[in-house]
Design a protein around this ligand. Structure first.
Ligand code: GUN
Ligand code: ZN
Length: 449
């Protein structure tokens, strides 16, 4: 049982079974998983003030506090975190039948062009955030489009909801339709103005966002690196080694560099708070450099399967000899679901293809505290403890007839979690809280959002 040092008086608490991680189960073993069969979690001013066994904690809470009692077949946990997602692509999720580079030209680029109209971009941003919250995703590192107005739209909507979110203007000055191109100078200037407007405002952070090496000239990558040096606590997000055709193209475009990662590294785009999407076809030298630099990979399994890009080797990434930080990403619109449970399901299958079993503890760790760590946010989000920001979700463990039936045969928590990540979807998310405020209650149109 614990409480925050000096805190505001909590007026709302959740009571019921709860799960959180105190560390990485792959590093410290099963003790990393902290389960309370009857927990109390109290919140004030956006933070968790108390978390622990209800019996012991009850008397420490103020008398009039509202206690939201959850059922026995529920599970409170930290909100899920998405480390790689493209909000403007939501209108073309589930576009059939092409590998990455064709898919970009046929579907992603034309759809992103529509975000030139800010009101359209705002309408997509609203649906995207609503869908995220409906699926229990309370924080995300998001690609906007090349248009600064689309960045403003997403930041404004996320700020209204009180979400912790990072995004940035896509930098792209070649190999894309004219309407989506910026220039080295305009990309730098617009990104800088957005940083000055949004970075560290409310719970928002800016992510410097060169789309990927093939759509930026050397000049533009250099300018992005210079900007990151000016604002080193921003994120830097891009794509890395997603498909073999892309890797070959990068080799052709940058023959002077040792490997794909070295293109970014050369322009000072590799280090803590760099988030590289995918990382499927990396050499050992690249893994070493990722480890040494403190950069992270965003594992995007549904997208990797959907585009036929390959399968991420999670266990190679976290090799204890040189572990690399790994977050999980839905990667909409190449990703095929907003569901983090569905994304973990596919992460399990990707690991199977590499002959490894992803345990449910490991998977739920990655979707919460692990991704927080990849984003250098594990002191703020990703776990339940006093002082952490109060982003919480409540799962219903029997959300469908099949889940209700399957759960009758369930022996323990590890199995229950595995069943959820294999069979669960948005229906499993009963409630979502952002900064201590209820933002989604399943089936309740009157819920605040
Ligand atoms: N590589 C460059 N841009 C993109 C994108 O929008 N989606 C995916 N999956 N890969 C990319
Ligand atoms: Zn992506």
């Amino acid at each position: 049982m614990s409480s925050a040092p000096a805190s505001a008086t909590p007026r709302l608490a959740l009571r019921g079974p709860a799960l959180t991680f105190t560390g990485d189960p792959c590093v410290i073993g099963p003790a990393a998983r902290h389960y309370e069969s009857d927990a109390l979690l109290a919140m004030a001013d956006g933070k968790i003030t108390h978390f622990g066994p209800a019996e012991a904690l009850r008397s420490h809470l103020p008398p009039g506090i509202e206690i939201n009692q959850q059922g026995q077949d529920t599970l409170m946990m930290p909100g899920f975190i998405d480390s790689h997602v493209h909000f403007p692509q939501l209108p073309m999720i589930a576009a059939c039948g092409r590998p990455l580079l064709d898919w970009l030209h046929h579907y992603a680029f034309p759809t992103e062009q529509k975000c030139r109209d800010q009101e359209y971009a705002r309408s997509v941003a609203k649906i995207f955030l609503q869908e995220s919250l409906r699926h229990g995703i309370t924080s995300a590192c998001v690609y906007s489009t090349v248009y600064a107005a689309s960045v403003d739209a997403l930041f404004e909507e996320a700020e209204k909801l009180g979400m912790r979110l990072a995004t940035g203007k896509v930098l792209m000055n070649r190999n894309a339709p004219q309407a989506l191109l910026d220039t080295t100078q305009s990309g730098y200037d617009e990104s800088k103005a957005l940083i000055q407007k949004w970075h560290r405002r409310s719970r928002l952070s800016y992510a410097i966002t060169p789309r990927f090496a093939p759509t930026s000239t050397r000049d533009q990558l250099e300018a992005a690196g210079a900007l990151w040096k000016e604002y080193p606590d921003c994120y830097m997000q891009t794509h890395l080694s997603e498909t073999k055709a892309e890797v070959a193209w990068v080799k052709q475009l940058f023959p002077e560099r040792k490997n794909y990662l070295d293109v970014y590294d050369h322009y000072s785009l590799c280090g803590p708070r760099a988030v590289f999407g995918h990382g499927l076809h990396l050499s050992e030298a690249e893994w070493h450099r990722l480890h040494q630099s403190g950069a992270a990979i965003a594992h995007c399994p549904t997208s990797n399967f959907f585009l036929g890009s390959g399968t991420f080797d999670l266990f190679r990434a976290i090799n204890p000899a040189r572990p690399v930080r790994v977050g999980i990403g839905t990667d909409l619109g190449a990703g095929t679901t907003c569901s983090m449970l569905g994304t973990l399901n596919e992460a399990y299958k990707a690991a199977q293809i590499h002959g490894q079993a992803l345990t449910s503890s490991h998977a739920f760790y990655v979707a919460t505290r692990g991704t927080a760590r990849a984003l250098y946010l594990d002191d703020k989000i990703g776990s339940l403890a006093p002082g952490m920001e109060a982003d919480v979700l409540v799962l219903d463990l029997k959300s469908t007839p099949l889940l209700e039936y399957r759960m009758r045969f369930c022996q323990d928590l590890e199995e229950a979690l595995f069943i959820q990540m294999t069979l669960g979807d948005d229906r499993a998310v009963l409630e979502t809280y952002v900064a201590g405020r209820l933002v989604h209650r399943r089936g309740d149109p009157a819920a605040p959002l």
